[in-house]
Ligand binder design. Structure first.
Ligand SMILES: [Zn+2]
Length: 219
């Protein structure tokens, strides 16, 4: 449970000139944080877990290689997102922090204890070893030969497990891994900037891949 046992309700300020609307824990927020007026509960919490789309039954066998991720916060964030997207295992390599790092535990919000992980000093060795074991080696990188993430169909992996490699915030995926990759995927960039935060990009990629449609309808 992310917020312990606390139940949050939406409250709204009764001052017609203010109407500040905010979430507050049970027994809190009687006074408006903006103007000090009385507030009232305007919406009670709903059960977020009743919708069936929140628990799809089939997903791709997807594992991640986090190779030389500099920020421990990015690693923790990826742990949490990977858990949500049904990623099966996290391979950590090089300077990437492991769940033994206290700051990672804080960012991952418990996902680090659910997700299987392993560490190696050399990410290229790990990528090549898994590829030799039958994994499809895919890299997330803005490379000239990359295809759009959104053109990926789940059967492009031919039923094999996928190892998706995410690389360093500054230098990207190791060129030696790009060289061995079966597929390089890039996120289309619609704005001014040409890249996203690595944890955000990774989150978009794992969600799309986990639930990507097939080229042919599934029988
Ligand atoms: Zn107010």
């Amino acid at each position: 449970m992310e917020e312990g046992q606390l139940v949050f309700s939406m409250r709204q300020c009764g001052n017609k000139g203010c109407r500040f609307r905010f979430p507050a824990a049970a027994g809190r927020g009687e006074r408006c944080p903006q103007c000090g007026n009385h507030t009232a509960v305007v919406a009670i919490p709903h059960n977020k877990r009743e919708n069936a789309i929140l628990h799809p039954t089939s997903s791709l066998h997807l594992e991640l290689l986090l190779d030389n991720i500099r920020s421990v916060y990015n690693v923790g964030s990826i742990f949490r997102t990977a858990d949500g997207a049904g990623v099966k295992h996290l391979h950590l390599a090089g300077i990437t922090a492991t769940p033994e790092h206290p700051k990672l535990v804080k960012t991952a919000l418990g996902a680090d204890s659910q997700m299987g992980w392993s560490y190696s000093r050399n990410g290229v060795d790990t990528a090549v070893r898994l590829q030799n074991q039958g994994y499809r080696l895919w890299a997330l990188e803005d490379a000239p030969e990359a295809i759009s993430l959104y053109s990926v169909k789940r059967d492009m992996a031919d039923g094999r497990p996928i190892l998706l490699v995410v690389g360093n915030e500054n230098v990207g995926v190791d060129p030696a891994i790009l060289q061995w990759s079966d597929q390089i995927l890039a996120l289309p960039m619609l704005g001014v900037k040409d890249s996203l935060n690595v944890a955000v990009a990774c989150g978009i990629a794992v969600y799309h891949l986990s639930l990507a449609p097939s080229r042919k309808p599934m029988s």
